[in-house]
Design a protein around this ligand. Structure first.
Ligand code: NAP
Ligand code: HSE
Length: 428
């Protein structure tokens, strides 16, 4: 029986999951690939650190022992970060190895260069685990939905923020308190910035959009806003408006181009994504032939992410066997314009603290009317004897109109504070 050797770069959360799955399902995997998949060597930073697992592999801290090992046909990159991961992947491809990676940071910035290197080498570069852990969304967009013109992708693709917003919604708790709890439970990192500021979701959205629209989208193309300004009050008002607040990763294709954005959004409770709670992820995809689809599951963790990496390894092994590597790498065959944030068109929730006096509401209506924004509904609640909180829900308008209106509102002396502004995501 043919043996295919694997070199693993990284033996942390994902790396150990990969080794565990290859071991525990070895017999089935062998039958499915008509060959034996063996992890020969694993690269780590600290070779003397205690490890969760041992096995028939060699640990090394010398990258060339993997990158220049002629017996290794598949290199799995599960280290993370930009460098040295990028250099190692390029080196592996140049040395005739196929590559599987879970690295969204790298793909969202340097995908094009990596895919060109894979093409040049005639080798596979697979990356299912880079978005939404165990959910098979990359293969779905690359293959299963390739007959469609995709009009929209709306994803909950960051488990940490979904956990925080779910706990705030269910328990009425404050952002800071739930974040601290998430850190204690290991859901949020000590430095939670890339999750809570929306960057992690933006990286994943760049990868998904490139696949869905066949046009390269990189991290700087994505408009990003995080969840740190969301308060229990906003969540309560969302409930009154029949909505739930979620951090959404949204990519839409219209005739004028594509828009790619990550931000908290008021989502109608009836939307299929509204019921995705806790650390779970889901991606809602609309195609012209298939209609609405939704993919749901665990977006992180050792075995769920390992599941996606091992599936890629199996596919690469099949490709090696059938001598068809590099047949499905880069799918970005065109260049579509990416819309500027000013052109985004959504309905808005605007929560204001104002003086409770005659003509304040009328003046606000005038200030919004000056930029042609019309209200869909208004909620007003007293705050003490002389102040009131007003929630304005607008009809859809362009971001640039809203910016202009908010500048005037800020300058209006009866407005004590703009408490929050949140976009709506309407039903399709
Ligand atoms: P991790 O637990 O921090 O593990 C990283 C591993 O890489 C460690 O074994 C580390 O060695 C090794 N490493 C890091 N830098 C190295 C270097 N310069 N030279 C040699 N070895 C190095 O990371 P992870 O959570 O498994 O994540 C790996 C990748 O998967 C990242 O790209 C991440 O974004 C992606 N991903 C992770 C998840 C998840 O649930 N964790 C989900 C989806 C995608 P030591 O053990 O010696 O420190
Ligand atoms: N930090 C990510 C999340 C998991 O919270 O979803 C790894 O992609």
């Amino acid at each position: 029986m043919r043996e295919i050797n694997i070199g693993l770069l990284g033996f942390g959360t994902v790396g150990t999951g990969v080794v565990r799955i290859l071991e525990q399902n070895a017999e089935d995997i062998q039958t499915r690939t008509h060959g034996k998949l063996s992890v020969k060597k694993i690269l780590v930073r600290n070779i003397s650190a205690p490890r969760q697992m041992s096995g028939n592999f060699q640990l090394t801290d010398i990258p060339d022992e993997i990158l220049h090992d002629d017996e290794i046909e598949i290199v799995v990159e599960a280290m993370g970060g930009i460098e040295p991961a990028k250099t190692y992947i390029l080196e592996a491809l140049r040395n005739g190895k196929n590559v599987v990676t879970a690295n969204k940071d790298l793909l969202a910035l340097h995908g094009q260069e990596l895919f060109e290197a894979a093409k040049e080498a005639g080798k596979d570069l697979y990356f299912e685990a880079s978005v939404a852990g165990g959910i098979p969304i990359i293969a779905a967009l690359k293959q299963s939905l390739s007959a469609n013109r995709i009009s929209a992708i709306i994803g909950i693709i960051n488990g940490t923020t979904n956990y925080i917003l779910s706990a705030m919604t269910d328990q009425g708790r404050k952002y800071e308190e739930v974040l601290t709890e998430a850190q204690k439970l290991g859901y949020a990192e000590a430095n939670p910035s890339s999750d809570v500021d929306g960057i992690d979701a933006a990286r994943k959205l760049a990868i998904l959009s490139s696949l869905a629209f066949n046009s390269r989208v990189t991290l700087p193309d994505v408009f990003v806003e995080g969840i740190s300004k969301i308060t229990p009050e906003d969540i309560k008002y969302a409930g009154e408006l029949g909505c739930i607040i979620k951090l959404l990763a949204i990519a839409k294709q219209q005739n004028e181009g594509i828009e790619v954005r990550v931000h908290p959004a008021m989502l109608p409770k009836s939307h299929p994504l509204a019921s995705v709670t806790g650390v779970f992820n889901a991606i809602y995809v609309v195609g012209d032939a298939v209609g609405e689809t939704m993919f749901y599951g665990r977006g992180a963790g050792s075995l769920p992410t390992g599941s996606a990496v091992v599936a890629d390894i199996i596919q690469v092994a099949r490709n090696i066997e059938s001598q068809s590597t590099a047949s499905l790498n880069c799918t970005c065959y065109r260049k579509v314009e990416i819309k500027s944030p000013d052109e985004f068109k959504t309905a808005f929730y605007v929560r204001l603290l104002v003086k409770d006096e005659p003509r304040v509401l009328a003046t606000l209506a005038l200030l919004f009317a000056e930029t042609n924004i019309s209200f869909a509904s208004i909620i007003q609640k007293p705050r003490g004897s002389q102040e009131a909180e007003i929630v304005l829900v607008t009809h859809p308008c362009q971001e640039v109109q809203m910016k202009e209106a908010l500048d005037s509102v800020k300058a209006y002396s009866k407005v004590l504070n703009i408490q929050n502004v949140i976009r709506f995501e309407q039903e399709q």
